[in-house]
Design a protein around this ligand. Sequence first.
Ligand code: NDP
Length: 338
Amino acid sequence: MAQNKQILLDNRPQGEATVSNFKLVTVETPALQDGQVLVRHHYLSLDPYMRGRMNDSKSYAAPQALGTPMIGGTVGEVIESRNERFKPGDHVVGIGGWQQYAVVDATQIGYLRKVDTTHVPLSAYLGPVGMPGVTAWYGLMRICEPKAGETVVVSAASGAVGSVVGQLAKSRGCRAVGIAGGPDKCRYVVDELGFDACIDYKAHANARSLSLALKEAAPDGVDGYFENVGGMVLDAVLSRMNAFGRIALCGMIAGYDGQPMALANPSLLLTQRLKLQGFIVGEHMEVWPEALAELGKGVATGRIKYRETVAQGIEAAPEAFLGLLKGKNFGKQLVKLI
Ligand code: NDP
């Protein structure tokens, strides 16, 4: 029996999440039943949505139960199988949680998916060729609906989702403008990812100053905005939206610790006749095959670039997760488990 280290949600945060909300335990993996497979995780994905699951509040998904391993996307290798669709050695992606091993009932459709690592590295199935990539694809293509010649802006631009949004917008003939925290991230967004411009929001004390910088970076105004952050950044971009602009409301990470975030000038939604739509990527499974086909090809051919920040060992997951909520990650935040 393999010894399995897990990180449980031990108690709920009061305000900001801390390492004391989590607990490390070691358990034995149980013997397999018919239909089950044992997966050894190579990488765990850390994602901002996990912060929401730590609360016991109204949301699109049920809260994480106390005393259970934190939810999380994982990639790994099948090491034992009692399911005819999977054999030892298969590379798989699933939602195995914050633990080194998972016993998965693989008879349930969608719980575990085999992936091909010939041209796409295993870890990329948690980033550009996984949930964050599809999130970018859905919000951009289905809500921002970019047309050649238009301007698309994305916040948290160097991150797992934002980096893909800008590269897809470029591939549709748009001007892509990123907003990110710090000069290093902005340089990467322009020099490596190929955005036309990137604004360091940390260099601006208020929305007005950020809006003026945006006027320079997006001289024709903003047609599509992919929002990951909220707060001052949203206020600034709203002030630059063109008439009939589209806003994909993907995330509002600036408020995930529960602090209220007012909108300074909501009347712009009316006067500019804007569309603003929130979405949850898991509710749009119909686009996943088309999106993953484009994203997989993009990564395999090197057209879609990405960057990862990798913490080592399951014990490092809580700190790495709290860092992600503060922008300490640079690109997709992963934990390497082997
Ligand atoms: P990232 O890799 O972009 O990491 C999060 C980044 O957010 C940080 O690196 C930081 O970048 C930025 N950030 C953190 N705090 C703040 C703050 N207070 N103000 C401004 N920026 C901040 O994460 P993902 O790409 O995985 O996720 C991006 C967004 O997409 C999140 O809001 C997430 O919740 C959302 N999301 C939504 C989904 C959906 O279905 N709707 C699915 C997946 C993700 P910087 O240093 O540049 O500030």
